[in-house]
Unconditional design. Structure first.
Length: 177
C-alpha cells in the first residue's frame, strides 16, 4: 500500500436506508489501514458539470424539468447516521456527493484519491432489488470488471453484534461508548 497514513483512503459507497454493516466494515478496514474513510453517495439522477481536486463534484439534474435551487448537498439524514456511528471514534472520515452511474463515479473518485480499495454492499434480497440488478447490473460486478482497484463486497445480512446484542462498532460495542 502506498503513501503515508494521511495519504491513504478507502472509498465506501453509502445510500440512505443502507445496512450499517457496509460503513462499519469500511470503518474496520480504515482503522486497519490507518486510512481516511470516504463515504461516497452517488446520485444517479444527476451528471457531473465540474470536479474538484478532492473528487467532489458540482452536478446538474438529468431531468430538464427540475429547477436547480442552489448547491446540492450530501443527504443530511445519511450524514447524521454516519456521524452517530463514527464521531468520537478513531476513524477519520469524510463524505462526498457524486453524480452519474454509481460504478463509474466510485471508480473515478478512487482513481482521483488513489484509494486503496472500494467497498460496496450487496442489495437486500427481494423482488425489487432483483429486478434492479437484472436491468441495471450489480455495482460490485461493474466495479470489479472495469477498474483495477480491489473491490470489497459486504453482504448485508444481519448487523454485526456482540454476544449481548449490542451493535459492534470497529472500536468496541456501542453500549460501551
Amino acid at each position: 500500500m502506498g503513501g503515508q497514513a494521511a495519504d491513504r483512503f478507502l472509498i465506501v459507497g453509502v445510500v440512505p436506508g443502507q445496512s450499517e454493516k457496509v460503513p462499519l466494515a469500511g470503518a474496520r478496514l480504515a482503522n486497519l489501514f490507518d486510512a481516511e474513510l470516504v463515504c461516497a453517495h452517488v446520485d444517479a439522477m444527476r451528471y457531473v458539470v465540474q470536479e474538484g481536486l478532492d473528487g467532489s463534484v458540482v452536478s446538474s439534474s438529468v431531468d430538464p424539468d427540475v429547477v436547480e435551487e442552489g448547491d446540492e448537498v450530501f443527504d443530511e439524514g445519511l450524514r447524521a447516521r454516519l456521524a452517530a456511528t463514527f464521531d468520537g471514534g478513531p476513524v477519520r472520515w469524510s463524505t462526498r456527493l457524486l453524480a452519474g452511474e454509481p460504478a463509474v463515479a466510485l471508480s473515478h473518485l478512487a482513481e482521483r484519491l488513489d484509494a486503496e480499495a472500494i467497498i460496496v454492499g450487496t442489495r437486500r434480497a427481494g423482488f425489487r432489488s432483483g429486478m434492479q440488478e437484472f436491468f441495471g447490473g450489480s455495482v460490485a460486478v461493474r466495479l470489479a470488471h472495469r477498474q483495477g482497484r480491489p473491490v470489497i463486497v459486504v453482504p448485508v445480512g444481519g448487523e454485526p453484534r456482540t454476544a449481548t446484542g449490542s451493535i459492534l462498532l470497529p472500536w468496541g460495542p456501542a453500549d460501551q461508548l
